[in-house]
Design a protein around this ligand. Sequence first.
Ligand SMILES: NC(=O)CC[C@H](N)C(=O)O
Length: 305
Amino acid sequence: MQSQLEAAVEQAARFTGEGKVAAYIPELAKQDKNRLGASVCLLDGTLLTAGDAHVPFTLQSISKIFSLMVALCDHGQRYVFERVGKEPTGDPFNSIVKLELIKPHKPLNPMINAGAIAVAGMIAGASVEERLARMLRLLRKMTGNPDLSVNEAVYRSEQETANRNRALAYFLKDSGILEGDVEETLDFYFRHCAIETTAAELARLGAVLAADGCDPASGERFIPREVARICKTFMVTCGMYNASGAFAIDVGVPAKSGVAGGIMAAVPNRMGIGVYGPALDDKGNSLAGVKLLETISTEWNLSIF
Ligand SMILES: NC(=O)CC[C@H](N)C(=O)O
């Protein structure tokens, strides 16, 4: 498997030049577009890495899976899904258009920005710091990295420029979906998007989901099986934004991507996969990262369908 992973990275690296690094968060534009790394975490804990698997980058939209986990653990399904839907949108991740058109004005799912901002408003905690600490505690346990933390420069860069996310959040407040203070909710959302990780850590996180919410090696339970199941289902239907349908056909595994270039995949009962390649396609997914996943999915027969 190690040599196949290395070959897949080498082969997919040819495509990094065809993508573009996200620039709407100015700090992300500083990333090296030629980077590509991948990691696989098997359910006995074995970790394979190839290429830039230890280069740090920020979770961005991948963090939406973990805020959803915390919200579901805090409030249960009924409360969460009264405020955010379960349906894919077919629109870009930061789209505004359906929010007003659909009544009630609740975001269609927790993986688009509007839905994730609504989820951010649900996380229990007296302050932004406390909410962030709760999310970091879960992620540190799952990755086994006690130093996991927020990249302050990326956080500040988004905080200073996020007019579109502000528009979404204020609309949600006006519609009664968002209950707390809007700027505090946004502040927490920008911080959890800016949590820094690596492809190797994403592989471990994917492995926890692949193992139904348990540490794949020790068996320690981090989240209820039911919560892991809901997260993996959202990864299939909405994890790759408005390219989720094509990804389900071409790769066929639950996966979540972020605009910094990460992809976390969970192959049920088999493995977690982490990918980093900051050059994105026009939907905002890692261009070479998706190619790489197509290759290994075919070679290892990973599709769940
Ligand atoms: N698709 C993404 O990764 C988006 C996350 C980013 N923080 C944003 O809100 O725009």
